[in-house]
Design a protein around this ligand. Sequence first.
Ligand SMILES: Cc1cc2nc3c(=O)[nH]c(=O)nc-3n(C[C@H](O)[C@H](O)[C@H](O)COP(=O)(O)OP(=O)(O)OC[C@H]3O[C@@H](n4cnc5c(N)ncnc54)[C@H](O)[C@@H]3O)c2cc1C
Length: 487
Amino acid sequence: MTNIGRPAEGQNQWYPFMDRPAPSIVDGVMQNPPVVPVNDVAPLPSSARFVVVGAGIHGMSTAYHLAMELERTGKGTGSDVVLIDKAGPGAGATGLACGCVRNFYMTGPLHAILRASVEVWESDPVNFGFQQVGYVSIGEENQVEDYVRLNESQIASGYPSDLYTGADAHRFLKGLWPDFKTENCDVALHEHRSGYAGTHMVMWGLDQKCRQFGVQRVYGVAVTGYDLDASGSVAAVETTAGRIQCEQVVVGAGAWTPKHWEWLGGPSNLDVTYPDGHIEADMAMWTYWRLLEGEVFLPSGVDYRTADGRDGPVLHVELMNTPVYGRDGEMIQDHVYTYTRYAAERVGAPGLQGGTIPIRMGSEAEVDPYGHLSDAYQADDWFPEYYCRTLGMLFERFEDLEPYFKQRRNGGIGAFTPDNVPIFDHVADNAFVIADSNHGFKMIGVGKLTASMLVHGEKPSELRPFTLGRYADGTTFGDRNSNCPWV
Ligand SMILES: Cc1cc2nc3c(=O)[nH]c(=O)nc-3n(C[C@H](O)[C@H](O)[C@H](O)COP(=O)(O)OP(=O)(O)OC[C@H]3O[C@@H](n4cnc5c(N)ncnc54)[C@H](O)[C@@H]3O)c2cc1C
C-alpha cells in the first residue's frame, strides 16, 4: 500500500489524500478517488439491458431510480442495471461540489427540474445529507425585474419563494441576521424548499441504495469507447475490462462528457441559433470553466445562525455595481459575487464554504487528474481575500475572517454547453446523455426523470426543453442578466 504526502507546500490543513492508499492509475494518470468506501463491487458482465456510465450524482440517481422502478413495475429487476465508473462514487465534480441546492435560475424551464429534484432530496434527507435551510439571493436595482419574473415562474412551477424589494428587503434581511449590512441590497428572494447537501453523504446514500436494489456496481473499470452499429446505435460499451453489450446507455460523465460525446458521434462544433434569429456560427460544443471556491473556519464565538438560532440559509449575493477592495485599499474585483453555506461536514469544524464566478478556459482542458489532485485549475491567489472580504462587507460578524481561511486545494473544472444550460437528450437513439453544464449537483431528480423515460418510454415534460436540437431550431436559452454563467 502506498501513501502519498502533501502534494503542495503552504497548506495549513490535513490534506484529504494524506495517509490514504494512493488513488488508482488509469492510462498512466492518477485518478481522483471515490469519496466513500466501496463494498461488494461487481465484475463487468458481458451484457446488460441498461448500462449507466459515471457514478456521480446523475449516474447514481439514474441507476437507483431505474432499479427501483423496474422492481416496482415488474418490468425488470435491479440487476438489469450496470453502473460503471473508472474510480467510484464521487470521483468527479459531485464529490467536491459546494453542495448548494437552489432554484435561482432565470432560465424558466429549470424551475420544474429543480422542483422534481427537491422532491428527491426531500424523499430521504438523512441518507442524502440534505439540510433544507432555504436559500436567500440578493441583487441590486438592475436585477429587480429579473427577480420578479423568476419569483412568478418559481411559484407557477410549484416551488414557492418570497420576494422582497427596497425597504422590505432590508427588513427581511435584518430579521434573519440583525448584523446584516443591507447597503446596495435592493431585492431579496427567499426559496423555502432549497438548502444544501453533504456531497460525500449523498454519494454514500445513493451507493447504498443502488446496492440494496441490486444494481451491478462496477467500479475501477474505465469506458474506452462505444461500439456503434451501422445505424449509429450503441451495440456495446468498450471498457478496460472488456466489452459489455447493452440495449440502452445513459452517460453522466461530468467534466469527461466531451470525450464520451465524441465517442458517441456528437458534434464538436455547431451553429447556434437564438430566439431573436441571430446565429453564432461554428461554436465549440463544450467549453471548460474552472471554479473558484474555498472554505473558512468560524472563529470561536462566531456562527452562521439566524436571529432565531437556526442554521442559516444558503446565501447568494450578486451586486454588479459594487466593487470589492482588499485590506490595502486596492480593488480586487469591480463587483460582488459570492455564495456561502454552512459547511461543518466539509470543513471538519464549524465553518463556511463558498465561491464566486468561475473562469472561462476554452474548449481544451486536462481533465485528469481531476479536482484536488490536479496541480492546475486551483482557486487563484486573490480568491481567499476576495471571499472573506465579501463576507465582511455583508455581515458585521464576518469582518475579520481572512486569518481563518482554510488553506487547501479547492479546484474543479466543468464542461459547459453553448448556452450554459444542461442538455438532457439522446445522442444516439439508445444513448442518453445527462450533460448538466456543471451546475447540476442540485439536479438529483434528472436521474429519476431519466429512469421514468427508460421504463415507461415517454420523455417526462420536465426534460423536454433540454434538447440538443434547440441550438438548430432557435430555442437556445440565454435569458439572463448576470456576470455568472449559471443563472
Ligand atoms: C468546485 C465545484 C463546485 C460545485 N458546486 C455546486 C453546487 O454547489 N451546486 C450544484 O448544483 N452544482 C455544483 N457544481 C456542479 C456539480 O458538481 C456538477 O455539475 C455535478 O456534480 C456533475 O455530476 P455528474 O454526475 O454529471 O458528473 P461527475 O460527478 O463528474 O461524475 C462523473 C463520473 O464519471 C466517471 N467517468 C468519467 N469518464 C469515465 C470513463 N471513461 N469510464 C468510467 N467512468 C468515467 C468519473 O470517474 C466520475 O466519477 C460544482 C462543481 C464544482 C467543480
